[in-house]
Every structure is written in structure tokens, then in C-alpha cells.
Design a protein around this ligand. Structure first.
Ligand code: NAD
Length: 246
């Protein structure tokens, strides 16, 4: 399905990013694994990817840093000759009530989750324009649509990602660069492991499908958006949330 394509997935050493990287590789894409934290985990993902018979390498970069993202994309193009698919998955949360939220907690989340998406889009833009084609898939969140108490920083960033997706889709459409977002609901990863049992039960009670999502549920939709089957879709956000927000 994606044979001969090259992909860059940010924050791909674990969780949803890892599942997306593996899914794209399973469909034949060469995949660059961006990471910020554990090099060993990133290398383990690279080894898993190679088992699908495609090329892969890991690359450390802070998605919020202009120089690092530029260098990252340069390396992807030098290794793979193109960058056909960019998945902006890297993200953090620093939850707190607004009255208690420190400026730093707000800034860190906006930097990584919103500015990071902008930096990576900007970094691939020239190459994708030159190629006259590409797919950009941004990982937002349903709380970017619905809001969530205790997550003003995170929800503002994720709502921003939806706006950024639409503006980029309009700017890049004439070059056949399609830009979409996915908005996961409650997906079981290290990020959600931090929630208390009560918080998890509370979430579960709001999900019509009565179960939590798996990283692979998100990865399969990203794979669809990266594929030829999605060639007439741009500027959209697809909720992957078991019906939680509708
Ligand atoms: P996770 O914490 O397991 O993974 C996030 C990854 O991003 C980590 O590998 C981390 O090292 C990386 N990262 C963080 N800051 C970075 C930076 N500055 N530069 C590069 N990499 C960086 O979380 P996850 O649950 O797999 O989340 C992945 C994405 O999905 C995030 O954008 C998150 O906001 C979003 N999301 C998750 C859920 C959920 O329920 N898990 C729901 C909605 C949206």
C-alpha cells in the first residue's frame, strides 16, 4: 500500500507514535523514527521496523526547535531521497487547574504540541513542494474539540493543531500536499497510565463503545490518511474515540 514511500514519525519511540511507525512500515514505507527521550527504545522500534523489509533509522530532535527539525528533515531526505509522509505525533501534557498552572507548564505544552507541529510542517514544506506531493497527518485530541478541565494548556494546543491543519491544507493543496488530523480519545499508553483509577473509570463511562482505544486503532487511521484511498481528503480531523465526542 505504501511501498516506495518514505515517512517521518515524530515521538515514535513508544505509544501511539511507535504503533504508527510500525503500521506504515508494515505497508511498505521506509520510516524515520524521531525521538526525544530513550535512544534504546527508539533503536528497538527501528529493529522492529526493519523486520518488515524496509529501511529505518532513528533520529533525535526536539520538535519545537527550528534548527533541529530542519536538520532532521535534511537527514531523512538524504537517507530516503524524499519525505512523502510526515506524522506529527510528539506530544506532552502538564495538567493543572488554570489557577495553579505555572507559566512554564503552559509554555512547554504549547511549544511541543503546537509549535512543534508548525516547525515540522515548515521543515518538510520545501521538499514536499518540490516533490509536488505529500501527506501530513497531525495528532490532535478530542479534548481539542470538547475542552477538558485541568488541561487548558493541552486543549489550547490541540485545538490549535486543528486550525493549523486547516490552514496548511489550504496553503498546500495546489501542490497536492494533503494535510489532515486525527483526534484520539482515550488511548492506553504511558501518557494515560498516569491517570488515576477513578479518572479512567470516569472516562470509560463517557465512551459509547464501552472500551478504551489501543495505539493501533489510531495507527490504522493514519495509514489510511497516508494512502491513495484518502487522495480526496484534506483539512479534516477524524475522531478516534469510540464515539466519546459527537
Ligand atoms: P507518549 O507520552 O507515550 O508518547 C509521546 C512521545 O512524544 C514520547 O516518545 C516522547 O518522548 C515524545 N516527545 C515528547 N516531547 C517531544 C519533543 N519535544 N520532541 C520530540 N519528541 C517528543 O504519549 P502517547 O499517548 O503515545 O501520545 C502520542 C500523541 O497522541 C501525543 O501528541 C498525544 O497528545 C496524543 N494523544 C494521546 C491520547 C491518549 O489517550 N494517549 C489521546 C489524544 C491524543
Amino acid at each position: 500500500m505504501l511501498s516506495g514511500k518514505s515517512a517521518l514519525v515524530t515521538g515514535a519511540s513508544r505509544g501511539i507514535g511507535r504503533a504508527i511507525a510500525l503500521e506504515l512500515a508494515k505497508q511498505g514505507a521506509n520510516v524515520a523514527v524521531n525521538y526525544a527521550g530513550s535512544e534504546d527504545k527508539a533503536q528497538a522500534v527501528v529493529e522492529e521496523i526493519k523486520q518488515f523489509g524496509v529501511k529505518s533509522f532513528k533520529i533525535q530532535a526536539n520538535v519545537a526547535d527550528e534548527k533541529e527539525t530542519k536538520a532532521m528533515v535534511k537527514e531523512v531526505v538524504s537517507e530516503f531521497d524524499s519525505v512523502d509522509i510526515l506524522v506529527n505525533n510528539a506530544g506532552i501534557n502538564r495538567d493543572n487547574l488554570i489557577m495553579r498552572m505555572k507559566e512554564d507548564e503552559f509554555d512547554q505544552v504549547i511549544d511541543t504540541n503546537l509549535k512543534g507541529v508548525f516547525q515540522c510542517i515548515k521543515a518538510v514544506s520545501r521538499q514536499m513542494m518540490k516533490q509536488r506531493g505529500g501527506r501530513i497527518i497531525n495528532v490532535s485530541s478530542v479534548v481539542g474539540v470538547s475542552g477538558n478541565a485541568g488541561q487548558a494548556n493541552y486543549t489550547a494546543a490541540k485545538a490549535g493543531v486543528i486550525g493549523l491543519t486547516k490552514s496548511t491544507a489550504k496553503e498546500f493543496a495546489s501542490r497536492n500536499i494533503l494535510v489532515n488530523a486525527v483526534a484520539p480519545g482515550f488511548i492506553t499508553t504511558d501518557m494515560t497510565d498516569e491517570l488515576t483509577h477513578e479518572q479512567k473509570e470516569g472516562m470509560l463511562s463517557m465512551i459509547p463503545l464501552e472500551k478504551l482505544g489501543e495505539p493501533e486503532d489510531v495507527a490504522r487511521v493514519v495509514r489510511f490518511l497516508a494512502s491513495e484511498d484518502a487522495k480526496y481528503i484534506t483539512g479534516q480531523t477524524i475522531n478516534i474515540d469510540g464515539g466519546m465526542v459527537m
